[in-house]
Design a binder for this molecule. Structure first.
Ligand code: TXA
Ligand code: MG
Length: 356
């Protein structure tokens, strides 16, 4: 299949032409990758079982893993939901349009193919104006998982989408680099207690300001033990995984640098390439084949923005081992460490301990 390419960052005329063509493809049951403020999405008609099947095939994704349905205005939620608790409207008021996905009981209109066989549906009203313009132009709710091959880091630039899905989908819309860089926060409001299923840029602290107490899905922090089932089926897969073996390192900064440099020197002797992901403040202290400064420690939104591109860059550099500095888990840090833990398969090194 030839993948068409549409530019959203050129002239207004070019943008309108690209959005119009993309909307036509979506209405005809085709697939279009498009930017959102979180990551690029792979869009298809959310009401069409055939479009859902195409999405799963293009991503190589298991079809028990439900898709998020994107809408362009709050009123579009009602026909998709069987029941809308008041908390949904309160969160929508506070955070939509924006990087928040809410799970509610689904209506008959949402096919099982889109909801991965569940009787709930995940809905998001994205903050990105191009994403909303596309949904409006298509006149449909748009199912869109992240536009990566299943198991690879989510795409934060159009070229990442082309790497994974070029030749497999009808069109890629290029809106430049995304703003947030991590996938949306997912909160389940279909049960009696609001539950965080995936941390993101809308933090637990922000949700609790609106809702009071929010429960964390127990699988968020720990490696998945046999018999544990995350409520978001997608969270059970080893996601965001670079090809290299990755370790998270915590401890005092000097001890972390010492440990990583020692390990990197040993790896070099074995002829293995080593990559390091570090805060900008400490990146200069590492001796490795590829050192990627993620951003300043006091600016976790910078780190969130650069993380997935850094993981892809590590693959491109052909490193065998990645060492990544750990970051505090407050605010957006919870989402950063959730993705890093998944990328590293929960492998940790504690600098300054005898295990060094
Ligand atoms: O930021 C985002 O949310 C991006 C952009 C494109 O909007 N989309 C995204 O979709 O990250 P995806 O498919 O890569 O991740 C969706 C996650 C999966 O872990 C899936 O299992 C979960 O949401 N999910 C979807 N519907 C669900 C439901 N009804 N119940 C529980 N989890 C659900
Ligand atoms: Mg994904």
């Amino acid at each position: 299949m030839k993948t068409a390419y549409g530019l959203l960052t050129g002239t207004e005329e070019e943008r309108q032409r690209a959005l119009k063509e993309a909307a036509r493809i979506l209405r005809a049951g085709g697939l279009v990758a498009f930017p959102t403020e979180t990551v690029y999405g792979l869009g298809g008609d959310a009401l069409s079982p055939a479009a859902a099947a195409k999405i799963y095939a293009a991503k190589g994704r298991p079809s028990d893993n439900p898709l998020i349905v994107h809408i362009a205005r709050v009123e579009a939620l009602q026909p998709l939901a069987a029941e809308i608790p008041d908390a949904v409207y309160r969160l929508a008021e506070a955070f939509w349009p924006g990087p928040l996905t809410m799970i509610v009981k689904k209506s008959e209109r949402v096919p099982r193919e889109t909801s991965g066989g569940l009787d709930t549906v995940a809905v998001r009203l994205p903050g990105d104006a191009n994403a909303r313009a596309l949904i409006e132009a298509a006149g449909l709710p748009i199912a869109a998982p992240s536009a990566n091959t299943s198991g690879r880091p989510s795409p934060t630039e159009a070229r990442h989408v082309a790497e994974d899905l070029g030749g497999k989908i009808d069109m890629i819309l290029d809106g430049g680099a995304v703003a947030v860089g991590l996938e949306s926060t997912i909160v389940d409001l279909s049960g009696s207690v609001p539950t965080l299923l995936r941390p993101g840029a809308i933090t637990v602290e922000m949700l609790e300001e609106v809702l009071g107490k929010v429960q964390l899905d127990p699988v968020l922090k720990k490696p998945l033990a046999p018999g544990m089932h995350p409520k978001a089926p997608g969270m059970k897969y080893r996601h965001y995984a670079p090809q290299a073996e990755m370790y998270l390192v915590d401890g005092a900064p000097e001890a972390v640098i010492r440990l990583v440099n020692k390990r990197a020197a040993n790896a070099k002797e074995r002829g293995e390439r080593v990559g390091v992901l570090a805060a900008s403040e400490t990146a200069g202290a590492y001796c490795a084949d590829a050192v990627f400064p993620l951003g300043q420690r006091e600016k976790p939104e910078e780190i969130a923005h650069n993380l997935f591109a850094a993981l892809r860059e590590m693959d491109a550099q052909g490193v065998k081992l990645i060492y990544a500095e750990a970051f505090p888990e407050s605010g957006v840090g919870l989402a950063i460490m959730n993705r890093m833990n998944k990328a590293a398969g929960h492998h940790w090194l504690h600098a300054g301990e005898e295990s060094e």
